[in-house]
Ligand binder design. Structure first.
Ligand SMILES: Nc1nc2c(c(=O)[nH]1)N[C@H]1C(S)=C(S)[C@@H](COP(=O)(O)OP(=O)(O)OC[C@H]3O[C@@H](n4cnc5c(=O)[nH]c(N)nc54)[C@H](O)[C@@H]3O)O[C@H]1N2
Ligand SMILES: Nc1nc2c(c(=O)[nH]1)N[C@H]1C(S)=C(S)[C@@H](COP(=O)(O)OP(=O)(O)OC[C@H]3O[C@@H](n4cnc5c(=O)[nH]c(N)nc54)[C@H](O)[C@@H]3O)O[C@H]1N2
Ligand code: SF4
Ligand SMILES: [Mo]
Length: 736
């Protein structure tokens, strides 16, 4: 058997490290040219926000044969998780969308059509809707998983070219809370950290984050920490990360706000407040100090379900460690009081002076590979480039750079995701364009989306696959190229820009999202507006201009080659100091000078009274449902990761529900038994996974299975409008 056959066979096995290509393996003369590596290029991974660097091995035609983790990249230092190693596999899946598909009204089926027919149908239908119901009757829902240049082009095209008013993306499901929290507290949406802080901390406090599963390479960075750090995990579940921690704080779900206020009070009582820092660099602390007085240890313990000594231990760690970093993810962002919870974390970092120094920070870990790009350039909540729709001077500035009429820019942010869907329900929004997100699976209380489909006159879905739950509902499917089939820039959690590249040809007639948006602009008749957006790299030059003078200024980056040569570049990188990143400059954190982006340069304390769970368990639905990531081999709705045999082997194939042994005994459920999990909105079948990692009275379902969001309770944070996916009342029913 030839080496190449062995290698191909190894692709089916779980040992992804065997996939490393060594030139020696190809010395047999029997290897087809298309599988012979003759060159290597680099790109950052297109799954999670860690932004690992990959080396991609190419044949003579410049096509990717395989990849390895990049030891030179400052993010991952030669490591990658299973998704990264398997990143090329989903590109070759059989169910790739290879041609536009239009629903034939006669047969009710999606049928292949040419791009010309597809674009004609899209423009005719969307324009028809706008003529009848107003320009705001067409919306888009997009993503944190396309390149920044594409996001910006889409946002500009839709709002300035096509007259849409209400557009949003799956970043609402994910990072909206961090966006609003930072913007209010720091004056700009600016996660302050660098990954080096994982290694430089004396105490790392993870709140509602499970990096062992969701950000495995960030966790590897924690494991490289040589300072013997305390690792605290605040999570109701005993997750993989909690098991590896030095202290697991298993608080009651959604009691974080009380816990963090209680912790603030305990720190004040211990005299752990850095008064000088607070006086010089913050505002609102006196009010905050007065507010937290009522959060006594006893009250905090009673409302969080924790022992007083656990809270005291936590306070001791924060008070005594020199460098304390706080890290939060979806356990915080997805809640009915998410923004204030995120800000309660920010408050702790500010009052203890744990910001702007190595190993510190109030750090929101982002989710998708380009969630940061969508926050800056999505043109949804913030005007493209991190500006405000509400400010005339901002609109004029952006209009000038883009060469569009300032009057085309709306003077207020539009509706959020949930409000767009409500407008669909009311019949006000009738046309919807869904790009690189799988709403019918991932949206909360998913039954509403299926019902809403019937209310839409025209649904366009632009995806790599025609088989997603959402694509199957579409009137028109536009086939998109994916990661590895196009060029552009992604921005990772630590604000680092990285380049992705075309190393594979998209199948059939699939096109990059950039090319599709350009085609739509032409078909719509506003192509002229986007002449300067000739290519992703030309668009990047426009984005640089938009960033100039903003906190996210990256005008000092020359081009893609410059980003690659530096191993990625973190913003800010303004032109005036762009002399090159040497040594420590490869890892930069914000606020080292204590100046924030607010008008007075001070960070602000925000707080509010905690509110009760919107749907608490009761006699009828006695269990609280938590949802989240289940394995490092599964990505969200599975449209990409389910296509890899390696990743399929690394993850459960059937929906399971984690249930505590005491609850299992109470409801007479045996391990491995198939049960029904029911909420007031819907139900699903799952295998019972009896495990003490969930507390009594709680169950956990992984979000990767489409049925899970039939159960979730649609509640939204009032400031960020992010859905609270992680708290719904359910019950368990036996099937026999
Ligand atoms: N393998 C894999 N990795 C991923 C993803 C993926 O789909 N698969 N998705 C990416 C994306 S987009 C995101 S946003 C991130 C998400 O990354 P994480 O937020 O780390 O993942 P989750 O599992 O959603 O939620 C984290 C934890 O929040 C806990 N939690 C639930 N309710 C509460 C609460 O009230 N308080 C506290 N303190 N904790 C609570 C849950 O038990 C869970 O362990 O992962 C990214 N990485
Ligand atoms: N119950 C529950 N639900 C949740 C969550 C939870 O914790 N619990 N988490 C929420 C969070 S944080 C998130 S981020 C969302 C994610 O939810 P989704 O965004 O719906 O999930 P994905 O599976 O990542 O969908 C991305 C889609 O984009 C397509 N795609 C990938 N690359 C490209 C490209 O380059 N171009 C185009 N056009 N298409 C592409 C993929 O094929 C896939 O269908 O889920 C949310 N839903
Ligand atoms: S940790 Fe994230 S960025 Fe790194 S290889 Fe895995 S999915 Fe890709
Ligand atoms: Mo996310």
């Amino acid at each position: 058997m030839s080496t190449i056959e062995e290698l191909l066979r190894a692709r089916e096995g779980p040992m992804t490290s065997e996939l490393v290509l060594r030139p020696g393996d190809f010395g047999l003369g029997r290897v087809p040219a298309r599988l012979k590596p003759v060159a290597t290029t680099t790109a950052v991974c297109g799954f999670c926000s860690t932004g690992c660097g990959l080396k991609i091995h190419l044949n003579e035609a410049g096509e990717a044969i395989n990849l390895t983790a990049d030891p030179e990249h400052p993010v991952n230092l030669g490591m990658a998780c299973p998704k990264g190693w398997e990143a090329l596999t989903p590109l070759a899946a059989k169910d790739r969308a290879t041609t536009p598909l239009l629903r034939n009204p006669a047969t009710g089926e999606l049928e292949p059509v040419s791009w010309g027919v597809a674009l004609g149908a899209m423009v005719r239908n969307f324009r028809g809707i706008q003529e009848k119901h107003g320009r705001a009757a067409v919306s888009f829902l997009s993503t944190g998983q396309i390149v920044t240049e594409e996001m910006a082009l889409l946002g500009a095209l839709a709002k300035f070219g096509m007259g849409m008013r209400h557009v949003d993306s799956n970043t609402r499901q994910c990072m909206a809370t961090s966006h609003v929290a930072y913007k209010q507290s720091f004056g700009f949406d600016a996660p302050p950290f660098t990954y080096q802080d994982f290694e430089d901390s004396d105490a790392l406090i993870f709140i509602g984050a499970n990096p062992c599963i969701a950000h495995p390479i960030m966790w590897q960075r924690v494991m490289r920490n040589r300072r013997k750090p305390e690792i605290v995990v605040i999570d109701p579940r005993r997750t993989e990360t909690a098991m590896a921690a030095t202290l697991h704080v298993a608080s009651r779900p959604k009691s974080d706000l009380v816990l963090l206020y209680g912790l603030a009070k305990a720190l004040i009582d211990r005299g752990a407040v850095k008064r000088e820092f607070v006086a010089a660099h913050t505002s609102g602390f006196a009010e905050f100090e007065a507010f937290v007085v009522e959060f006594t240890l006893e009250r905090t313990a009673a409302e969080t379900g924790l022992a007083v000594k656990t809270i005291e231990r936590l306070a001791e760690i924060v008070a005594t460690k020199e460098r304390v970093s706080f890290w939060w993810t979806m356990g915080v962002n997805q809640s009915h009081e998410a923004t204030r919870t995120a800000q309660a974390i920010i408050n702790l970092a500010l009052m203890t002076g744990n910001i702007g120094r190595p190993g510190t920070g109030a750090n929101s870990i982002t989710g998708q590979c380009n969630a940061m790009g969508s926050r800056l350039f999505g043109n949804a909540t913030s005007l493209i480039g991190g500006y405000d729709f509400g400010k005339e001077e901002h609109r004029e500035h952006v209009a000038r750079i883009l060469g569009v009429d300032a009057a085309a820019i709306p003077d207020a942010a539009g509706l959020a995701y949930d409000q767009i869907l409500e407008a669909v329900e009311r019949g006000e929004i009738r046309g919807l364009w869904v790009i690189a997100t799988n709403t019918a699976h991932s949206w909360i209380n998913q039954r509403t989306f299926a019902a809403l489909r019937a209310k839409l006159d025209f649904l366009v879905v632009q995806d790599m696959y025609a088989t997603t739950e959402t694509a199957r509902m579409a009137d028109l499917v536009l086939p998109a190229a994916g990661w590895g089939e196009k060029d552009g820039v992604l921005i990772n959690s630590e604000r680092r820009l990285g380049v992705v590249k075309k190393v594979a040809r998209a199948p059939g007639q699939a096109l990059s999202d950039f090319a599709i948006f350009k085609l739509v602009a032409e078909a719509w008749g506003c192509g002229e507006m986007f002449r300067a957006w000739k290519s992703p790299e030309a668009a990047f030059q426009i984005l640089k201009e938009l960033s100039r003078g903003q906190p996210c200024d990256f005008s000092g980056i020359r081009d893609y080659a410059h980003i690659e040569a530096e191993g990625g570049i973190q913003w800010p990188w303004p032109e005036e100091k762009a002399e090159g990143l040497k040594g420590a400059a490869r890892h930069r954190r914000l606020f080292e000078d204590g100046r924030f982006f607010t008008a007075d340069g001070r960070a602000r304390f925000f707080f509010d009274r905690p509110r009760p769970l919107p749907e608490p368990p009761d006699a009828e639905y006695p269990l609280l449902l938590l949802t989240g990531r289940g394995s490092s081999a599964q990505w969200h709705t599975g449209s990409r990761t389910d296509k890899s045999a390696v990743l399929r082997k690394l993850a459960p194939r059937e929906l399971y529900v984690e249930i505590n042994p005491r609850d299992a005994a109470r409801w007479r459920v045996a391990a491995g038994e198939r049960v029904r999990v029911r909420s007031r909105r819907g139900s699903c079948e799952a295998l019972a996974f009896v495990t003490p990692t969930v507390q009594v009275g709680q169950v956990f379902l992984p979000m990767h299975f489409a049925d899970v969001n039939k159960l979730t309770f649609p509640v939204f944070d009032p400031h960020s409008r992010q859905p609270g996916y992680k708290a719904a009342a359910v019950r368990i029913e036996r099937l026999s």
